[in-house]
Design a protein around this ligand. Structure first.
Ligand SMILES: Cc1ncc(COP(=O)(O)O)c(C=O)c1O
Length: 401
C-alpha cells in the first residue's frame, strides 16, 4: 500500500502546471507547453529510482505488461511460462499478445520457482513472465541460470514490486523488459498508469512506438512521423504522469517506513508457534508493502481468517478463496470464456487448464494471509494490531490442533 496515504500540495502543484499549459497530451505541442513534460519527467524519476537505462510510461500496469511482452518479441503462438498466483492482468497480457500461457509452480517466495519453471519447459517454450508478488522478489540466481541454460526470454511483471530489488538489481531489470503498475493500490500511484523499463535501447524504442500506434516520435509534426511498427494506444496523459512523478519521489521514504513496520511485525508475530513468513530472497531489497504470513496449513489459515473477521481485524487478503489473484478463481481461463476467439482457442491450450497439477502452489497459497502495510501507522496502531492478530491466531490454532 501507501501511495495514496501521502497525497497533497505537491500533486496539486504538478497538476496545476499541466492545467496552466492546457497540454494534456504527452507528445508534441512544444511551443505551447512552456517546457512542461510530465510524462518525460515521470519516466526519468522512475528510471533513476530503479536504476534503469530506459523507462516508458503508459496508461496502466496492464498495458505496461503488454508493452513489455511486445518489446521482448513475444507474440502469436509463443508458449510463455506464467505463475498461477498473480493479478490476472499478467495472464491476460500473454493471451492478448496471441501467446499461450503455461502455468508452473510457485514456491515460498510467492513467485515462480526455478524448479517449477524447469518442469514446465517444453521445446516450444519461448519466454518466462516472472511476476514478483506482494512487494517481494523471486529467487533470481536460480531463475537466471535456467533462463541462460534454456536460452529463454525473461520478461518481469513487477506490478506489485516497484522499489524491490535482489542483490542490488531492481525487480524488472533482470530480463529483457520489465514493468510496474501505478494503479490506485500501489506504493506509488498515478491514479492509473504503468511504466515499462529496460536496459535495451531497441526494446525501449519498440515499446515507445508500440504504445502509440507505431509513431517514431521524431520531430514536432505528429502527422508527418514515420511508423516503424504497428502499435496501439496505450498512452499515459500528462495529468496522470504529473501525479505519478510526485508519488515516485516519495517511494524511498515509504519503503523505509514499510520495512520498519514489517520487520517489527515479523519479529513479534514470529514468536507464535505455527506462524512463519513468505521467503524473502534478499531482505534488504523488500519493498515491504505486504506482510506475508504462513499458517501451518489451509485449514488453520481459514480458521484464522474466520477469527480475524469475527473480531474486527481487517486489512488482509486471503488470496486462496476471496481474491482475483489466484488460479482457483479464474474460471474464464479454465472454461475458455472469451469475448472473441484468442490463440488459446485457435491453436489449443498447451495444458489442460481444468486439470493442472499444482500441489505446491495450492498448498502455499492455501496457508498464506497477506496484510497490506500502511506506512502511516503509528507505533501504537501497529502494536494494537499485533495484539489482536496474536489473540485470533492463537485461538484459531487451538481450535484446529
Ligand atoms: C502483478 C500485477 N501485474 C499487473 C497489474 C495490472 O496493473 P494495473 O491495475 O495498473 O493495470 C497488477 C495490478 O494489480 C499486478 O498486481
Amino acid at each position: 500500500m501507501a501511495g495514496t496515504e501521502f497525497y497533497g500540495a505537491e500533486e496539486k502543484k504538478e497538476i496545476n502546471e499541466v492545467l496552466e499549459t492546457g497540454i494534456f497530451f504527452r507528445f508534441n505541442h512544444d511551443a505551447q507547453r512552456n517546457g512542461i513534460w510530465k510524462a518525460r519527467s515521470f519516466e526519468n524519476e522512475v528510471a533513476s529510482l530503479v536504476g534503469a537505462k530506459y523507462a516508458h510510461a503508459v496508461s496502466s500496469g496492464s498495458t505496461a505488461v503488454s508493452c513489455a511482452l511486445a518489446a521482448a518479441g513475444i507474440g502469436a503462438g509463443d508458449e510463455v511460462i506464467v505463475p498461477p498466483f498473480t493479478y490476472i492482468a499478467s495472464v491476460e497480457a500473454v493471451i492478448f499478445a496471441g501467446a499461450l500461457p503455461v502455468f508452473a509452480e510457485i514456491d515460498e517466495t510467492l513467485c515462480l520457482s526455478a524448479e517449477g519453471i524447469k518442469k514446465a519447459i517444453t521445446p516450444k517454450t519461448k519466454a518466462i513472465l516472472l511476476v514478483h508478488m506482494c512487494g517481494q522478489m523471486a529467487q533470481m540466481d536460480e531463475i537466471m541460470a535456467l533462463v541462460k541454460e534454456h536460452n529463454l526470454v525473461l520478461v518481469e511483471d513487477a506490478g506489485q514490486a516497484m522499489a524491490a530489488s535482489y542483490k542490488g538489481t531492481s525487480t524488472g531489470l533482470f530480463g529483457k523488459t520489465g514493468c510496474y503498475s501505478f494503479d490506485f493500490f500501489k506504493i506509488a500511484t498515478a491514479g492509473e498508469g504503468g511504466v515499462m523499463v529496460t536496459n535495451d535501447e531497441a526494446a525501449y524504442k519498440l515499446a515507445d512506438s508500440f504504445s502509440d500506434h507505431g509513431h517514431d516520435h521524431i520531430g514536432n509534426n505528429r502527422g508527418m512521423e514515420n511508423h516503424p511498427v504497428l502499435g496501439f494506444n496505450y498512452r499515459i496523459s500528462e495529468l496522470h504522469a504529473a501525479i505519478g512523478l510526485v508519488q515516485t519521489r516519495r517511494v524511498p521514504m515509504i519503503r523505509t517506513l514499510n520495512n520498519k513496520i514489517k520487520q517489527h511485525m515479523m519479529a513479534e508475530l514470529g514468536k507464535i508457534p505455527g506462524v512463519s513468513f513468505a521467503a524473502i530472497p534478499d531482505l534488504n531489497g523488500d519493498s515491504a508493502t505486504f506482510l506475508n504470513m504462513f499458517l501451518p496449513d489451509t485449514a488453520s489459515a481459514q480458521k484464522v481468517v474466520e477469527e480475524f473477521n469475527n473480531n474486527g481485524v481487517g486489512g488482509f487478503n486471503y488470496w486462496f478463496t476471496n481474491m482475483y489473484h489466484f488460479i482457483n478463481q479464474w474460471n474464464h481461463i479454465k472454461n475458455g470464456n472469451v469475448a472473441a476467439k484468442t490463440n488459446v482457442q485457435l491453436l489449443g491450450a498447451p495444458q489442460d487448464y481444468n486439470n493442472m497439477e499444482l500441489p505446491k502452489t495450492q498448498e502455499t497459497i492455501g496457508r498464506l494471509i497477506s496484510f497490506g502495510i500502511k506506512a502511516t501507522w503509528t507505533e501504537q496502531e501497529v502494536n494494537d494490531l499485533i495484539l489482536k492478530m496474536t489473540a485470533c491466531i492463537q485461538s484459531a490454532l487451538v481450535q484446529t490442533a
